[in-house]
Design a binder for this molecule. Sequence first.
Ligand code: NAP
Length: 546
Amino acid sequence: MSINQGTASTVDAVIVGAGFSGLYLLHRLRGLGFSTRVFEAGGDVGGTWYWNRYPGCRCDVESLQYSYSFSEELQQERNWPERFSAQPDILKYANHVADRFDLRRDIQFETTVTRAHFDAARRRWSVETDTGENIAARFLIMATGCISTAQIPDFDGLSDFAGETYHTGNWPHEGVDFTGRRIAVIGTGSSGIQAIPVLATQAEHVTVFQRTPNYSLPCQNGPITDEYARSWKDNYAALREEQRHTAKGNIRELNNESALAVTQERRAEMYQKRWAIGGAGFLSSFNDLLVDRAANETAAEFVRTQIRSIVRHPATAELLVAKDYPIGTKRICIDSGYFETFNRDNVALVDVADTPIERITPGGLVVDGRSFEFDAIVFATGFDAMTGTLFKVDIQGRGGATLRDKWAAGPRTYLGLMTRDFPNLFMITGPGSPSVLSNMMVSIEQHVDWVTESLVHMRAENLELMEPTLKAEDDWVEHVNVVAHKTLFPLAASWYMGANIPGKPRIFMPYIGGVGTYRSICEAVVADGYRGFAFDAGAARVAAAE
Ligand code: NAP
């Protein structure tokens, strides 16, 4: 039974976002009898896969693993064409899920939540949208994704450019025809590295502006054979359970050897084998690649050698080789022919590490006094990750405290799920949870299940409000930090660290303890009577107890 009756302006739960988190949340909450409204800024479902439509966009987790496990029928009936799915196939899947579970009727598209204030007197969240709606909700659940606020650096002269500009994270739905055009691509992270090989086949000329070279591994994508699909589908229950207890939410072959304990030949053989298999499994070649600098260097050097053997022009190859940070400590990129693209006559690489882009001009841009002319600029310049989208909403908790102020020195959460002084505000894959370091589907399902079960618990126990204790939150923030510093990750200026946004605190935001370990912690917290959370039973209960 619903806590509220679900009138137009009052619901049990408001969900912000209709990506994979929001869709599953809605399905679960509706099934449990909670009245729910979803607000989605986009025109349809899909979240990151709705916005990121740039050419070459593809998931770097295998399709049979990057999909929901909550419905046996859904996972059995889905036929994934490729080992690593292209964006249109994932978006089709999100649409299929929305239709199959009849989710659209509770989702309001093209509606951005602008404000959410906790009303202490009514014990409700008061939520406002850019369409002028005002709705009260007992629970506010941010399913806004971790990488959803596209970022274009504040280049001088940006608005003067006379040609077209695009950001990979906000790509036109109708696509772009670059035939016969000269384009600039700024940025060589995962998005740029996926887009550049495809753009190079379309445009007359592509100039890539690179500030930091990235390590990238070949995807080795291909069609999924019936036999391979069967090997998963016949064993899905067991394999999904195994996924949930892995470090990254992915099943991949592990090797419990140190890279430093084996011979050079064995190392080379292992790296070669994993390179040929493709994907991020390369980083699991040995057990110490992300914790030991010397071990890491063996893998990094292997990748550098590969790049030098692919790229024909030695000076270009040298620019493309990452040397200043350990492999894997910036999000590893997975590509389809990225380095080979620099052998094309219509592709040029410009290093802007020491000589930044000076300004954008009406005709192009200037670097180190040298002018470049373009018809279009593609910004592959990333996102204000993990906190940017949460801060875009004016979220005020108890006593009018804003989330932005509370997190001014870095995000503070308990388990990445809740933050103190913001009662009944939940985050799906929030900072302080494995989130972006994991197969997001596995982390999303775990968070949605945990949150919905907490709501059921509160309903059963007549509890009105839930939030972390100060100590639990402080201890978790400390733990997230301590665990991160046992690894090599803090050595890189990455978006995990907030380093891509000027003025953003340098804090390692996701929890690196592993998906399986994290799940066990969340389960133990519940088994221990929601250790670290405080509940408020509300006036009625207090009166009854007197
Ligand atoms: P990103 O990794 O943050 O890369 C942004 C790029 O823009 C970097 O090369 C950065 O250089 C460059 N840049 C930023 N400001 C610049 C400036 N002022 N001048 C020159 N260059 C500048 O962003 P992304 O590629 O969009 O990827 C973000 C994340 O989304 C990924 O790490 C991944 O988690 C996810 N993603 C996943 C997939 C996939 O599943 N395959 C695909 C795309 C994205 P610096 O490195 O020097 O800062």
